[in-house]
Design a protein around this ligand. Sequence first.
Ligand code: C2E
Ligand code: CA
Ligand code: CA
Ligand code: CA
Length: 279
Amino acid sequence: AKTEGRNTVQYFSEEMDARSRHRAQLLGALKMALARDEFVLHFQPRMNLDTGQIVSVEALLRWDSREMGKVAPDVFIPLAEESGQIIEIGEWVLREAIATLGRWHGLGLNHLSMSINVSALQLLRSKLAGQIRALVDEFGIPEYCVELEITESMVLSQNSQPLSNLWALKDLGVALSLDDFGTGYSSLSYLKQLPIDALKIDKSFVRELGPNANDNTLVQTIIALGHSLGMTMIAEGVESEEHLQTLRQFDCDEIQGYWLSRPLPAKECLEFIQAHEQS
Ligand code: C2E
Ligand code: CA
Ligand code: CA
Ligand code: CA
């Protein structure tokens, strides 16, 4: 039994070693990623349910590392946040996303907005409003066509910097939406005080939508509450015709998800939008 115990400990620590080695490798590769031009943005369209028009696309970061292969954002974004690199990466994302929107506006898609995910550290550290003002000037798009997606935890922090950044963005005229809505803990009365324009209902709620009406009341209630606060209600993770019909019935404003399109490389997303406009 004694040797067994020792083996277990040894086995366990080997596993720990492997894991921290992998983490260190990821962090090392991440440091080189910007310089090596290993990031690319994919774009996922979002549709208004009343008009059928594609109103916005969400920029989603992709990393194909020379050493580590394709790494999912759920893995590398938290690492980049811990290491502080998310500031630099986030600036790259802002520039790339706004430049892409500039090109698409130039092709006549003037009504289109670009949704960009920002991380807690960016809201805490960066002068986001100033950066975005410079970028919309450079690429010639109206500031209201830029939409930033933040999460509840970012504005619940004790620090006042995220909130003052939020108001500066609001003053600039940038649109603000709350991502993963329903998974956090903020009260509606608190949300009401924030300069938020839209709520994105988390895909974990949308996934549960089905033929059994009882399961659907939560989403119906979320949409009604959001509307009572004057928010545009967006559902993410819409995968099926059934999801879509249920959300329509509940007067959800906009949808995003595999039912409409997966996130696509820029060229393919542009072609998708152009084809959609003609249909
Ligand atoms: P998110 O902002 O909630 O993005 C939505 C995620 O759902 C994306 O995963 C998207 O590919 C996925 N998705 C879209 N439609 C469907 C669907 O119908 N069904 C399902 N099951 N999933 C769907 P992705 O691209 O892997 O991104 C994961 C997360 O990484 C994002 O979640 C966001 O929090 C973060 N992220 C991605 N790009 C950036 C970025 O540029 N900056 C920052 N700070 N975070 C980013
Ligand atoms: Ca998002
Ligand atoms: Ca989300
Ligand atoms: Ca409507």
